[in-house]
Ligand binder design. Structure first.
Ligand code: AP5
Length: 209
């Protein structure tokens, strides 16, 4: 399967959770702009130092930096890709169009109050990146990853005030992409307020064979 897929949706909709599952079962390359940025921040690169001030406030990192960061990775993903967190503005979507055509854009829908609920309870493994939720998918030990024994941490931007701002930024800058891609006949809506297994099955059924 060589699909070129964008996962769209508000913060906390489950884009990362679904991308990891679908990537495992299809071999599509998972490209998460947030994960790439957090790696740059942890290595204190020039991009990471610039990006961190935007990320900790829940604001978007400037379009030019993001497009330069992700272009080569998209071009290298010859077996197909799942884009998670990119594009996030119309400018980024236009830049993406110049890099590659897309097969489908999957829009995972989730209401603000559930976003806040899920993100305040999210924990992530520092070692392998596995995502947990203290409400829906609690680890046996709140501090330790069951998969690799790494340390479970709360993301810096998963504080309630930052989450609220991320949702505002999403509505202002990213939600317009829903109509952008609907107009191009690429959009498929998926209800996010369901168990992860049901959402994965629906996404797998949507992907072109
Ligand atoms: P990024 O890392 O992309 O964050 P985000 O879009 O806000 O999305 P999240 O990672 O918070 O949520 P998700 O949808 O992946 O949900 P998850 O699967 O973890 O971006 C971070 C920052 O980087 C941005 O604020 C910005 O500053 C910068 N940035 C990144 N890309 C950029 C770009 N293109 N342009 C400019 N700036 C950019 O799930 C959430 C929780 O819910 C977890 O605990 C999970 O276990 C749980 N969960 C998932 N599915 C379910 C389910 N079905 N039922 C119950 N619980 C569930």
């Amino acid at each position: 399967m060589r699909s070129r897929v964008v996962l769209l949706g508000p913060p906390g909709a489950g884009k990362g959770t679904q991308a990891k599952r679908i990537s495992r079962s299809t071999g599509l390359v998972h490209l998460s702009s947030g994960d790439i940025l957090r790696d740059e921040v942890s290595r204190a690169t020039e991009l990471g130092r610039t990006a961190s001030s935007f990320m900790e406030r829940g604001e978007l990192v400037p379009d030019g930096l993001i497009v330069d960061m992700i272009r080569g990775r998209i071009e290298a993903a010859e077996s197909g890709f799942l884009l998670d967190g990119f594009p996030r503005t119309v400018e980024q979507a236009e830049a993406l169009e110049a890099i590659t055509p897309l097969d489908v854009v999957i829009n995972i829908e989730l209401a603000r109050e559930e976003v806040v609920r899920r993100l305040t309870a999210r924990r992530v493994c520092e070692g392998c990146g596995k995502i947990y939720n203290l409400l829906y998918d609690p680890p046996e030990d709140e501090l330790t990853c069951a998969a690799c024994s790494g340390v479970l941490v709360q993301r810096n931007d998963d504080r309630r005030d930052v989450i609220e701002n991320r949702y505002d930024v999403y509505e202002r800058s990213t939600a317009p992409l829903i109509e952008y891609y609907r107009d191009r006949g690429l959009l498929r809506d998926v209800e996010g307020m369901r168990p992860s297994d049901a959402i994965s099955s629906e996404i797998l059924a949507i992907l072109p064979r």
